[in-house]
Design a protein around this ligand. Structure first.
Ligand code: NI
Length: 336
């Protein structure tokens, strides 16, 4: 199937095909949704390896069998994407009509609903409203400082740390978050506020690759960015978090207490708030699995296994084997 002398790559594909054979055995007993998810994992794994090879080898070294290309794995769809020149439009806002959620197979945009309960959100808001706020640019990098206009709680204030720790406690007790992020280190959460009266917004930017916290000495590579919404959508107009990736633009505005995880490598922005006030927490994390495609596949595989466990039981032999594959894939990719 693969020509060229790339033993590691060939091994990786052989591994995937072996897993696929196992996955195919599930076609008989599983629902269409689960089959679809498992198939997506399979093709996505090939995809992920293809992409990582793409980054270190020239395309000419790899020659795929045409049959593989027919299954949807191809180089073409990456180059076919029209990027709309957003990177050149630093500081510009996205027009409203860029709202299509073209979720890619490997794009890691995960929403976690109800991370905080409504009562806890109200408590957060009460404590935050009573506190002093500062210019949000104190935590921005050189480029993002040019396009950032908002306020934030002083990052080293006791309130920020206390509320941040409450968020981290909620995160580490949330199975969906742990499965999606596979976190190694979480940066102390920060808090911001966008007021319509002051024309607050945050233009297009990319987050710093490394964040350091001088209070704790913690230093992380930012693999994932997170926004935890602390205002209800009907409290404000505008203020959408717009995330741009190779598959298009994704507009996110969630109920208070909900969190969105997205790749820190993406260009993103917060559109101007035109009514009311938007309050949120934001932070970054370093994942044990650096490669976002690998991480996304691991998440999908875990989700599919959990659904199979519900139907077949935790001690079903094939479920046990798939669980083993899940852990072995993590072992293959993990950095701790
Ligand atoms: Ni950002």
């Amino acid at each position: 199937m693969i020509s060229g002398n790339e033993p590691e790559f060939a091994y990786a594909v052989a591994l995937v095909l072996h897993e696929a054979a196992l996955i195919d055995r599930y076609l008989i007993t599983s629902s269409k949704d689960t089959v679809r998810t498992l198939r997506r994992c399979y093709f996505g794994m090939i995809d992920g390896w293809e992409l990582s090879m793409l980054s270190i080898r020239s395309q000419s070294l790899l020659q795929f069998d045409p049959a593989v290309a027919l299954t949807g794995v191809s180089f073409g769809r990456y180059s076919a994407h029209a990027h709309r020149g957003m990177a050149q439009q630093t500081g510009a806002y996205l027009p409203r009509h860029f709202t299509g959620a073209k979720r890619g197979r490997n794009f890691m945009l995960v929403c976690i609903s109800g991370l905080l309960g409504k009562a806890e959100v109200a408590d957060f808001r009460q404590l935050m409203d009573a506190h002093d706020w500062e210019d949000g640019r104190s935590t921005a990098g050189a480029q993002s400082a040019l396009v950032k206009q908002n306020q934030q709680l002083p990052p080293d204030s006791e309130l920020s740390r206390t509320l941040g720790n409450r968020i981290i406690s909620a995160l580490t007790a949330n199975p969906r978050f742990l499965s999606a992020a596979i976190p190694l280190r979480i940066f102390p959460p920060l808090f911001n506020r966008y007021a319509s009266t002051q024309g607050h917004h945050f233009g297009i930017h990319v987050d710093n690759a490394v964040r350091g916290d001088y209070l704790t000495g913690l230093r992380i590579r930012t693999d994932l960015s997170a926004t935890l919404f602390l205002s209800e959508p009907d409290e404000y107009d505008g203020g959408e978090l717009v995330i741009e990736d190779t598959y298009g633009s994704h507009e996110v505005k969630l109920p208070a207490g909900d969190l969105v995880l997205y790749p820190a490598s993406s260009l993103h922005m917060v559109t101007p708030v035109t009514r009311g006030t938007r309050v949120a927490s934001f932070f970054w994390l370093q994942s044990m699995i650096r490669d976002q495609h690998a991480r996304s596949m691991i998440f999908d595989l875990d989700s599919a296994i959990q659904r199979l466990v519900e139907r077949l039981g935790r001690d079903d032999p094939e479920t046990v084997k798939l669980t083993g594959i899940y852990h072995n894939l993590i072992r293959y990719w993990v950095e701790v």
